[in-house]
Design a protein around this ligand. Sequence first.
Ligand code: ZN
Ligand code: ZN
Length: 136
Amino acid sequence: MKRCKIKLGYFVLKECGAIAVAQCNRCQGYFCIKHLHGELEAIKGLEPDRETGIIKAKKEEREILCVQCFARSQKQTLQTSSDYTYYDDWFWYFIMRDSFYRSSHYKPFSETESKSMKEKNEEFVDETQENSFLDS
Ligand SMILES: [Zn+2]
Ligand SMILES: [Zn+2]
C-alpha cells in the first residue's frame, strides 16, 4: 500500500501519509485523492493497477498531477498571463512557500530531522548540568 507523498507545513514538513490512489505524471510520486489536482475528476473512469491498487495514466491519455506539480505548472503560465482568478488555494500555498524559502534561504526540515535535533538539544542540556555539578 502506497502512502501520499505530499509534504505539508511551513517550518516543519509533515507527510500527508493518507492512502495513495494515483501516481502523478510529473513527479512520479503517489498521492491521496485530496492531493491530486481535480480530486475525483482527475481519476474518473480510470482503472487502478491490479497489483498496486494505484491509478496511473498515460500522459497522452490524461495527465494526472498532484497539487504541487499543478501549482508549479500554473506558476509558469502565470508569468505569461494576467489572469489570476483561476488559481486555487493550493497554487498559492506552494508558490508562496517556495518563494518564502528562496527569499529567506530557509530550508525546511522533516519531522524526523526535527526530532533528532530536539534529542541533541536535550543531550546538550544534560552536559551543562554535569559540568556545573563538577564546578561546584
Ligand atoms: Zn507531482
Ligand atoms: Zn495526501
